[in-house]
Design a protein around this ligand. Structure first.
Ligand code: NAD
Ligand code: UFG
Length: 363
């Protein structure tokens, strides 16, 4: 299949591009590099021995997206001027014309805390950007989308494990609402026009890195998420991990999450590509097992041989006690299930961090 991947240079995007190429798909990558480095896709090219045509563009630019989807070289209309730049590296692999069968849509802003400070930026980028992309897809006749949603749409769940039929809750931040809004837009679109095929993938907590250690998660600034923070403590970039609350109603008092290896998550997208009926469907991508913060720290210490200093801090606003998936539907309908355990996730997170203590750096 020929697939357009938005947000392709990012953490989950780069791992998914790699899996797509290895499965024999053709990929065109789009990213505005606002939270990623061009280097990730260069490394994917090196790992797979295949080229990834790369278009530096913003998904909010509808005419730029139309140009990519129809294969028009560089730009579609005057308003796209300056917004589409094929990277020099892709000059030998110019964006091949049209014929896309699907779009895997990762592009978006994802920092929960930042979204409460800059709600407009989040709604504009995530919701506005997705609408522009959908309009471009419609115009180009490409009506299959796989969308990166999040377990955050469940809010504080009434019960765990969480099936797709659980009520969506009230996310505690604009980021979460942007995901809920996009889900609704995609549901409405699929209901209005049966030619659309939409997969809503609700990710639980993606962690780890490709086993090669060549690609991985490279957060800017102080990491918000647990595993990147632990990894930076392990290489000496941070002093100690703050454990956000040890008084939750969980076995050891710390928050419980469903951590999923990013390679398993990436493969979930390949599985979803094969599914077309019904024309809008939700799948959880999680392992079905929850681990506490202390269990995650212990697994990282075992994988790395490093002691991780921790100190208990107050609860982080908006956090919930426990969240893990019921992944049965993805197993039954997509034939997909997570294969890597927590030890493998931490081993690969550590391998990446050790090989790239400063991430991709200023490449
Ligand atoms: P990431 O920030 O590494 O990747 C997102 C990519 O999108 C980045 O490369 C960024 O430069 C690009 N981007 C952002 N806005 C853009 C725009 N307007 N035009 C073009 N490119 C743009 O994040 P990730 O962890 O790889 O997440 C990918 C997707 O999965 C996001 O939509 C995120 O919300 C969703 N998700 C992530 C998690 C998680 O914990 N990582 C959990 C649930 C859902
Ligand atoms: N935690 C700490 N210290 C840290 C970071 C995290 O104790 O420095 C704890 C949190 O309190 C939580 C657990 O580790 O109990 C996991 O926290 P993360 O920030 O790694 O992940 P979240 O579950 O809070 O959030 C993730 C994604 C969101 C997404 C959400 C949906 O980052 O984008 O999952 O489930 F919305």
């Amino acid at each position: 299949m020929k697939i357009l991947v938005t947000g392709a240079a990012g953490y989950i995007g780069s791992h998914t591009v790699l899996e797509l190429l290895e499965a024999g798909h053709d990929v065109v990558a789009v990213d505005n590099l606002c939270n990623s480095s061009r280097e990730s896709l260069r490394r994917v090219e090196a790992l797979t021995g295949r080229s990834v045509p790369f278009v530096e563009a913003d998904i909010r630019d509808e005419s730029a997206m139309r140009a990519v989807l129809t294969g028009a070289p560089g730009r579609a209309g005057p308003d796209a001027a300056g917004d589409v730049a094929e990277s020099p590296e892709s000059a030998g692999a110019t964006v091949p014309a049209g014929d896309f069968e699907a779009v895997i849509h990762f592009a978006g802003l994802k920092a929960v805390g930042e979204s409460t400070e800059q709600p407009l930026a989040y709604y504009e980028n995530n919701v506005g950007g997705t609408i522009a992309l959908l309009r471009a897809m419609d115009a180009a006749g490409v009506r299959r989308m796989i969308f990166s949603s999040s377990a955050t749409v469940y809010g504080d769940p009434v019960a765990v494990p969480i099936p797709e039929t659980a009520p969506v809750g009230s996310p505690s931040n604009p980021y979460g609402y942007s995901k809920l809004m996009i889900e609704q837009i995609l549901r409405d679109l699929a209901a209005a026009d049966p030619r659309w095929s939409v997969a809503l993938l609700r990710y639980f907590n993606p962690v780890g890195a490709h086993p090669s250690g060549r690609i991985g998660e490279d957060p800017r600034g102080i990491p918000n998420n647990l595993v990147p923070f632990i990894s930076q403590v392990a290489v000496g970039r941070r002093e100690a991990l703050s454990v956000f609350g040890d008084d939750y109603p969980t076995p050891d008092g710390t928050g419980v999450r469903d951590y999923i290896h990013v390679v398993d998550l990436a493969r979930g997208h390949l599985a979803a590509l094969g599914h077309t009926k019904p024309n809008c469907r939700i799948w959880n991508l999680g392992t079905g097992r929850g681990y506490s913060v202390y269990e995650a720290v212990a697994a990282f210490e075992k994988a790395s041989g490093q002691k991780i200093p921790v100190r208990v801090a107050p609860r982080r606003p908006g956090d919930i006690a426990t969240c893990y998936a019921d992944p049965t539907r993805a197993r039954d309908e997509l034939g997909w299930q997570a294969e890597h355990d927590l030890d493998a996730m931490m081993r690969d997170a550590w391998n990446w961090q050790q090989q790239n203590p400063d991430g991709y750096g200023e490449q």
